[in-house]
Design a binder for this molecule. Structure first.
Ligand SMILES: CC(C)(COP(=O)(O)OP(=O)(O)OC[C@H]1O[C@@H](n2cnc3c(N)ncnc32)[C@H](O)[C@@H]1OP(=O)(O)O)[C@@H](O)C(=O)NCCC(=O)NCCS
Length: 409
């Protein structure tokens, strides 16, 4: 297991990452763009077990490893773990395609989306095992399911699942850049058939969600009523004649923003010389965490990461602007809320920006006797963001429940 981590460790990165399946390797010959003619790849029928990969992080014994992951609270950094999950998903996908190492492959495998990561309990600094395998394949896409467990070497029966994660990886021909067919899956038993069916359902659900997205269609009738209710509420607080001031537990959505700007450095590139997806997730998560902390004025609990689509690769040297906002918080008896982070590539010369990712995180206020603020939009654009956050909150909760049930948890 540790061998896997070593094999995937890169020469130029990974002081900080334990699994670096798709992270950068030293580019010994960076200049010429001369490609050999594409080779005809032979496909082979693979089982789910063929791609099974696990990595143990022996934090109780390896103090220098723990030093790389520990946070100020004495628990393990979520951002680092999500970075590792992305690397593990890449390692699993390359293995399914018949390659132990990314740099010996004639395929370019990229993270197309992180469909869901659910954190079920805090990550204590115990020994941890990350594991997973391919559960579904399309033509060029592979769904990878992973989990992280707390393990106790002296008591193998005493283990607890800490998180479950679902990624979609896509294979491109390294020479032509076109979609490349991946090895088909041979399903061995009813459980594997169920996992495969879940993968197909996830793909269909994504298509439906994308068709009813608020960027394509107007809000539903129920949502339009909600926008009007929100409008009436904010008008009430803004109208000085009504003498009704905004309560302390209501925050204007426009006042919940937080931003950062980063330069994308070569140390964080993957084998394809683009910025490693897991690194982008960590940056976005850390900004969202800071924003969530300021919003509730306390340390929040991280519950989940909702679907992120990696629409565009990010090149080394890019100036990346990250803008975070509390998009939905119902307040009242509800303690969880949605934080959106938008990542934009800045074109310095032309003073323009292009969005490459939108991240959605769910946090919760751990103080059950404390009122979590409600966010209130004041513009139509903010109201649409609020609806998007609310949809994700509802769908995310359903999906998390369904995934856990299907995984027998
Ligand atoms: C992922 C990417 C290659 C998809 O490009 P595209 O033009 O939409 O690809 P295609 O239309 O050829 O679709 C290829 C496959 O990807 C799947 N796909 C595309 N976008 C997806 C998404 N957001 N979520 C899940 N699957 C997706 C398609 O369903 C299709 O699957 P199939 O071949 O099994 O039927 C492209 O968006 C990209 O390069 N994104 C950046 C990736 C990146 O930088 N990741 C982080 C660093 S690794």
């Amino acid at each position: 297991m540790e061998k896997l981590a070593q094999d995937h460790r890169t020469t130029s990165t990974s002081k900080t990452s334990n699994i670096t399946g798709s992270k950068a390797i030293e580019n010994k010959n960076p200049s010429p763009e001369v490609h050999p003619p594409p080779k005809r790849r032979q496909l082979a029928l693979k089982t789910m077990k063929d791609s099974y990969t696990e990595v143990v992080m022996p934090f109780t014994k390896d103090k220098s490893l723990l030093e790389e992951y520990i946070n100020v609270n004495g628990t393990v950094r979520h951002g680092k773990i999500m970075e590792d999950l992305d690397a593990l998903a890449a390692a699993i996908s390359y293995k399914h395609c018949g390659y132990e190492l990314a740099d010996s492959s004639d395929l370019t495998i990229v993270t197309a989306s992180v469909d869901r990561i659910d954190f079920l309990k805090p990550i204590a600094a115990n020994d941890l095992r990350l594991s997973g395998h391919v559960t579904y394949v399309g033509y060029s896409s592979m769904e990878v399911q992973m989990k992280m467990e707390e393990i106790f070497p002296d008591h193998p029966e005493k283990k607890a699942t800490i998180l479950v994660a679902l990624f979609t990886m896509v294979a491109r021909d390294a020479t032509t850049g076109k979609a490349a067919q991946v090895n088909p899956l041979s399903l061995q038993d009813d459980n594997e058939k169920k996992l495969f069916q879940m993968g197909e359902d996830h793909k269909a659900r994504k298509r439906t969600e994308s068709e009813r997205a608020l960027t394509k269609r107007p809000p539903t009738e129920e949502e339009r009523f909600l926008i009007h209710d929100l409008y009436l509420e904010y008008s009430k607080y803004e109208n000085s004649q009504l003498n009704c001031s905004k309560p302390d537990d209501v925050q204007w959505m426009g006042d919940t923003k937080m931003s950062s700007v980063q330069i994308m450095q070569p140390q964080d590139r993957n084998v394809h010389h683009k910025i490693f997806g897991g690194y982008l997730i960590r940056l976005a998560y850390e900004l969202a965490f800071c924003n969530a902390s300021v919003f509730i004025r306390n340390r929040p609990i991280f519950l989940a990461l909702d679907e992120i689509a990696f629409r565009k690769p990010v090149s080394v040297g890019t100036t990346l602007a990250l803008d975070s906002q509390i998009a939905y918080s119902g307040g009242g008896e509800h303690h969880s809320f949605q934080v959106m982070v938008k990542a934009d590539i800045l074109d310095i010369k032309n003073n323009t920006r292009e969005t490459c990712n939108t991240f959605w995180f769910t946090f919760s206020d751990p103080r059950k006797d404390h009122l979590t603020p409600k966010v209130l939009p004041r513009t139509y654009a903010e109201s649409v963001l609020y609806l998007e956050g609310k949809r994700r909150r509802i769908e995310g909760a359903k999906l998390a429940q369904l995934n856990r049930k299907n995984l027998g948890m």
